[in-house]
Ligand binder design. Structure first.
Ligand code: SF4
Length: 60
């Protein structure tokens, strides 16, 4: 299974990832995106990672 991680120093909390896939990403009260699940059956996480404007999401 892919390991999804977010670089806190890059994330701006824009919410794009969480609106693309709320099952995996959530923007917390700290204004940063967090991974709340390692997988989603209906989303392509790599594609969502590529859409992050600051490239904060890595899927490895
Ligand atoms: S898309 Fe990128 S910058 Fe925006 S909330 Fe998600 S991880 Fe952070």
């Amino acid at each position: 299974m892919a390991k999804i991680s977010i670089d806190d120093s890059l994330c701006t909390g824009c919410g794009l990832c969480s609106s693309n896939c709320p099952e995996v990403f959530e923007v917390g009260d700290d204004g940063l995106a967090h991974v709340i699940s390692e997988k989603c059956d209906s989303c392509d996480i790599k594609e969502i990672a590529e859409q992050c404007p600051v490239n904060a999401i890595s899927v490895g």
